[in-house]
Design a protein around this ligand. Structure first.
Ligand code: FAD
Length: 415
């Protein structure tokens, strides 16, 4: 089959789905190719923040209501519990969601079901979808991009003026068009497991981040899921895992057996399935995300928050912005690097650059566990500081405080 279309998307995870959903809203024909068959798993912590809800609500307000209603698959979460390196706990409730039908500001959903939910929103008269598509070749000539791929042995060719790489951490589109060497400092590696029967889960389903002193910068997490399940994992900056020869699996199982905040709660818990690992491309600095006839989105664009490890929201968000840029490109018949730099790269970093920079600073601060301990100790005793930290989750200007030494000075000296 040979198809001539307006845009080709490689990958139908949150980044590709976000791009496709918004192209369909604009009435732009496109082809989306994924190598997997949905529903498919993706190794992840499964926690979705307000940004995920924002992009979906903007696409269709009924979708977020649907997600929150489906408590069999999605666990609404109302806050976050930090365990400082010294073991002290800080429990921070989020401000309630102000949107009708959204029972909490965030939720936890297995990617197996969440990504399938997104995938099911894709079929439309504007989207031609291929699953089990194996890319054979990407060519860029005569102001067109041509992708050759096979599906169940049949050969296909698609041609369009623009390609969008939404193919995750090991993006072949990124490799083909940019081929940059991303430093190990800008990557993290993490393990995920599903456990049943962990006790002492927060009554309001707070997600838990345990900053263990032996894995800084990084953390051990427990995120509540429906049906007595939880997503449990551990993650750390890749270069440190390598240079310190850290066996993350051993560290994770050691914490489950021995950490005083964690071990008693796993006494009767059972591991369901395997412990699996995957990489996280961190947004520690601005990367090339577009050029002549291409854009990359989501993990292919390295947009994971360096502190929280969150990437689903930015994947959807970048997909939405890429669709806006495609609409403009088609209107102006411009598909060159300068155009996409102005209409995608610059807008993307204007919208999420500050957030990523703050995440980067916080990740660096985790190298000073004593500072982390002091902040948590003080916040535990000060409702005002606790409230400030809670508001930081939704207020970016307030979060900017975390980059300023004066914030820590005030905490240290009770100013
Ligand atoms: C252990 C771990 C825990 C995490 N926890 C969280 C969390 O709790 N919350 C959060 O927000 N983020 C978390 N993240 C990050 C999050 O998983 C990613 O940022 C997110 O999945 C990015 O979405 P994406 O669509 O860019 O890529 P992906 O979700 O990886 O989707 C890429 C898609 O492209 C397809 N594909 C890949 N290669 C090809 C190819 N050659 N041809 C065709 N198709 C292809 C894949 O099949 C896949 O469907 C975590 C990551 C890890 C590894």
């Amino acid at each position: 089959m040979t198809i001539d279309t307006k845009a080709i998307i490689i990958g139908a995870g949150p980044a590709g789905a976000g791009t496709s959903i918004y192209l369909t809203k604009k009435g732009i024909d496109h082809v989306i190719i994924d190598k997997a068959t949905f529903p498919r798993d993706k190794v992840c912590g499964d926690a979705c923040s307000g940004k995920t809800a924002f992009v979906l609500r903007k696409a269709n307000p009924e979708w977020t209501k649907e997600l929150y209603l489906n408590e069999e698959h999605n666990k609404p979460t109302h806050g976050i519990l930090f365990a400082a390196p010294n073991g002290k706990l800080l429990d921070i409730p989020f401000a309630p969601s102000k949107y009708e039908g959204e029972t909490a500001p965030g939720f936890v959903a297995k990617r197996l079901t969440f990504d399938h939910y997104l995938f099911e929103k894709l079929p439309s008269e504007h989207a031609t979808i291929f699953q089990q598509g194996i890319i054979q070749d990407i060519r860029h000539e005569n102001n067109k991009v041509t992708v050759s791929f096979t599906q169940n042995g049949a050969e296909h060719t698609v041609t369009a003026p623009i390609i969008i790489g939404a193919d995750g951490d090991k993006s072949i589109v990124r490799k083909h068009f940019i081929n940059d060497n991303i430093s190990e400092k800008a990557k993290a590696v993490a393990l995920r497991a599903y456990y049943k029967g962990i006790t002492g889960m927060h009554p309001n389903n707070h997600i838990e981040l345990h900053f263990l002193p032996e894995i800084q910068p990084g953390y051990f997490w427990i995120f509540p899921l429906p049906n007595g399940m939880a997503n449990v994992g551990i993650g750390m900056q890749s270069n440190l895992v390598r240079s310190k020869k850290i066996n993350l699996r051993e560290r994770m199982l050691y914490a489950i057996k021995n950490n005083p905040n964690i071990a008693p709660r796993f006494k009767d818990a059972t591991l369901e399935g395997k412990i699996q690992g995957w990489g996280l491309p961190l947004g520690v600095d601005q990367k090339t995300v577009s050029g002549d006839h291409f854009m990359v989105v989501g993990d292919a664009a390295c947009l994971v928050d360096p502190f929280s490890g969150e990437g689903i929201g930015n994947a959807l968000f970048s997909g939405m912005l890429a669709a806006d840029a495609i609409e403009k490109a088609l209107e102006e018949n411009r598909f060159d690097a300068t155009f996409f730099k102005e209409h995608y790269h610059n807008i993307l970093y204007r919208r999420i650059g500050d957030e990523l920079r703050i995440g980067s600073t916080m990740q660096k601060l985790c190298r000073f566990p004593w500072l982390f301990n002091i902040v948590v100790n003080k916040a535990e005793k000060s409702p005002e500081l606790s409230k400030t930290i809670s508001c930081m989750f939704t207020d970016l200007d307030l979060r900017e405080q975390l980059r300023k030494p004066s914030f820590y000075f005030k905490i240290l000296f009770n100013k």
